[in-house]
Design a protein around this ligand. Structure first.
Ligand code: UDP
Length: 476
């Protein structure tokens, strides 16, 4: 039999590109599929996107092509949300993907798009490929997304006015505070886009959904999606839990200032702070966070971004540090903490034994990178599905702590910051002890999922069998 060929299409943005590249890597290394990734870019790729592609190409597991950017500015409103812009961009890129497929010497067996790219799914039918949606998030997010069209029919008024969390059959109920901001104004056309997205996952007649979670983490939610019941009737197609799929720790790292400093720290004694590929804080919040770190007396490694309200022209990193941080902060915390600007090798840092906690915006890739290392989280959600992720991690799984109010809704004071940091790192704190123990338990379950015969390993093999069979049937 010819080697199966998977065609993966990544929507723009590092947060979408990395999960698709890693999925491609897994299909190649575990299933021996040939893998082609088509990366839809937002115009010019950022340095981080180019680096992510280069790293995967160097591993030799996937062929990656960056597609030329299609102009959507003439029909998409300038104030459209990022979500809407990506969905429209993916739809408009359909002819480019079709052209790319025509040039391929080996026809793909299966097409996989992330959930923002379902608008190009029909391409698979023209070519006779199997077609799957990849939700690089958790099963509760998938459940809420596909159930949103039902809520849209039965709920009256705005979700924000409903006091009780809304019921999702067989799953954790969802409160308005957990929903993406795009879902909160129902008169808005961006809300409609979310509902359409939820409808399209089962409606595009995809052959199924791959989701970046695992049985031991979300058994009940996965059962509600797959076994006979109200939610599975909405879902309609099979769901394969194949996670956690995360970027592996890179090859032996060169000694540099970050790792030289981490090597000198005690085991599990450092808090790592990073708010994903695009998260920024206000100047006021940056200052409170800095003062809170200082007040906590704990060690830290902080990836600092230009504060959102900083309008200075300078692109000099030293200036950014001095503008965003309280006066004298770097001198006072010398030896206690390390501040790096803009970007850091996160997977390698989280794998370092000195890291004892992660203050994170709770993007799902960051969460998985933390959990696969057994590092507990201080949840600092900023936007999109991060609120939902934070609620899930703190209230359902117990691997994270957070303040009672969302950091995006008010400034978190230095005293609260210091208390969170002491909790997650401090050996004496009971709540801290619990989240650390739980994070270790979850780490072990991530390994179990991917051993030979583990739940995610088996699920991926089952998926491969099914999609090769479908492709064969489509072509006979
Ligand atoms: N990342 C990194 N260094 C940084 C910031 C981010 O390596 O300084 C990586 C991180 O490891 C993760 C990705 O960027 O793989 C961010 O994805 P996530 O889903 O956590 O958040 P998003 O950026 O999509 O909000």
């Amino acid at each position: 039999m010819e080697q199966p060929h998977a065609l993966l299409v990544a929507s723009p943005g590092l947060g979408h590109l990395i999960p698709i590249l890693e999925l491609g890597n897994r299909l190649s290394s575990v299933l021996n599929f040939r893998v082609t990734v088509l990366a839809v870019t937002s115009g010019s790729s950022s340095l981080a996107e180019t680096e992510a592609i280069r790293a995967v190409v160097a591993r030799g597991t996937c062929e990656v092509t960056e597609l030329p950017s299609v102009d959507i500015d003439y029909f998409v409103e300038p104030d459209a949300t990022v979500f809407t812009k990506i969905v429209e961009k993916m739809r408009a890129t359909k002819p480019v993907v079709q052209d790319a497929i025509k040039l391929m010497t080996q026809k793909p067996t299966v097409m996989i798009v992330d959930f923002l790219g379902t608008g190009m799914m029909s391409i698979a039918d023209d070519v006779g490929m199997a077609k799957y949606v990849y939700v690089a998030s958790h099963a509760w997010f998938l459940a809420v997304l596909v159930y949103l069209p039902v809520l849209d029919k039965v709920v009256e008024g705005e979700y924000i006015d409903i006091k009780e969390p809304m019921k999702i059959p067989g799953c954790r109920p969802v409160g308005a505070d957990d929903l993406m901001e795009t879902m909160l104004d129902r008169s808005n056309r961006h809300y409609r886009e979310c509902v359409r997205c939820g409808e399209e996952i089962p409606m595009t007649m995809s052959d199924g959904v791959l989701v970046n979670t695992w049985e031991e983490l979300q058994g009940n939610t996965l059962a509600a999606l797959m076994e006979d019941g109200e939610l599975s009737r909405v879902m309609k197609v099979p769901v394969y839990a194949i996670g956690p799929i995360v970027r592996p720790n890179g090859p032996t790292k060169k000694p540099n200032s970050i790792f030289e400093w981490l090597d000198k720290q005690r085991e599990r004694s450092v808090l790592y702070l990073c708010l994903g590929s695009g998260g920024t804080l206000s100047l006021e919040q940056t200052i409170e966070l800095a003062c809170g770190l200082e007040l906590s007396g704990q060690r830290f490694m902080w990836v600092l971004r230009k504060p959102a309200s900083y309008l200075g022209e300078s692109s000099n990193d030293d200036d950014l540090v001095s503008v965003g941080l309280p006066e004298g902060f770097l001198d006072r915390t010398r030896g206690m903490g390390l501040v790096v600007t803009q970007w850091a090798p996160q997977v390698e840092i989280l794998s370092h034994g000195s890291i004892g906690g992660f203050l994170s915006h709770c993007g799902w890739s960051s969460v998985l990178e933390s959990l696969t290392q057994g590092v507990p989280i201080v949840a600092w959600p900023l936007y999109a599905e991060q609120w939902m992720n934070a609620a899930f991690l703190t209230e359902e799984i117990g691997v994270a702590i957070r303040t009672s109010e969302l950091p995006s809704k008010r400034v978190i004071s230095r005293e609260e910051v210091a208390s969170l940091v002491r909790k997650v790192l401090g050996e004496e704190d009971e709540e801290g002890r619990k989240v650390r123990a739980k994070a270790e338990e979850v780490r072990v379950s991530t390994e179990r999922a991917w051993t030979q015969g583990g739940s995610s390993h088996s699920s991926l093999l089952e998926w491969a069998k099914r999609c090769c069979l479908l492709s064969f049937t489509n072509n006979t």
